[in-house]
Design a protein around this ligand. Sequence first.
Ligand SMILES: Cc1cc2nc3c(=O)[nH]c(=O)nc-3n(C[C@H](O)[C@H](O)[C@H](O)COP(=O)(O)O)c2cc1C
Length: 328
Amino acid sequence: MQEVTDLEFMRVLHGYGNPDLYFTEYFRVHAHSRPDRYILRSIIENPTGRPIVAQMIGDDIDRLVANAEELQRYPVAGIDLNLGCPAPCVCSKNSGGGLLRNPAKVDAILSALRSCVHVAFTVKTRIGFESPDEFDRLIDIFGQHEIDLLSVHGRTVAERYNTAIHYDKIRLAVQRLPCPVLANGNVVSLRTALLTLKQTGAAGLMIGRGAIRHPWIFAHLRHYFEHGTELPAPDLRDLRGYIELLYRETRNEEATTLQHITRMKRYLNFIAPGLGADERFLYEIRRVREEAEFFAICDRHLKEGAAVPAEPPPESVFAGLAGLDSVA
Ligand SMILES: Cc1cc2nc3c(=O)[nH]c(=O)nc-3n(C[C@H](O)[C@H](O)[C@H](O)COP(=O)(O)O)c2cc1C
């Protein structure tokens, strides 16, 4: 995830229990681009012992091919094409989710990349630009290019991050494609993981914001799948320890304290919802400017032995969780 799940974050996550597979933040590909050195570090210095797939975003076929060839000189398990980013500045250039408006172009890009990618060739997609009805045609196209893995974020680009997940559309991809499909969107807990697998029949899960909020999630899911029992929930002091580790590990000597705290707020945006009465923790963190005050706020709100809530509140950045209870 852009500016969030970098090498330092991977190092922290590794300590709490890895996913089976990592994807890099996307490499922006345009007329004169070379793979970004900062993102390359997460491949070259990958500390996790797990395979990593390099993700690219762009619409220039020749440049995508050139970048894919260059990225394959590094120890990547795969090359992934992003067809999901909903940011207006990306979509307006017909990249990321914007490409879904032009299925013929998607077809041409997949064809060119399939010919030059000799590691796994994978795609991350949303289910359409405006309407979920667009997904049928996209699945046809994905099926024509022998992709090795498809990750489906079960929303359209227009739905951004705020709606329920269209599990039926992910299931359609599972049923129609020969490659494994990863279901993505709103997996934040064991309950939501099991519900997503049941609703979609997917081969696995891709977890984004839920991994930032709850880095224990991979260890907890793995334990459940292997033993059929649940690990105890971490408590607020464990969470305080995670935040402090994140603070120390992501500290870059070149950044000022204020810049670093701004970076921490990007993580806390996903960690803090639901903690403290009336969202007081998030409210205070958003206003902090000094390191001592940052940790004083953590101490005030995260000192008790109470368990971290199993799921974040739906009236937060995890808005799409609303309505999940009505899914059988
Ligand atoms: C801040 C942020 C950055 C993201 N960056 C990327 C990215 O670089 N590549 C990508 O495929 N998805 C990216 N995503 C989308 C997530 O991978 C994921 O599809 C989406 O958040 C839904 O899954 P979740 O509910 O597990 O977070 C990003 C999402 C957020 C919130």
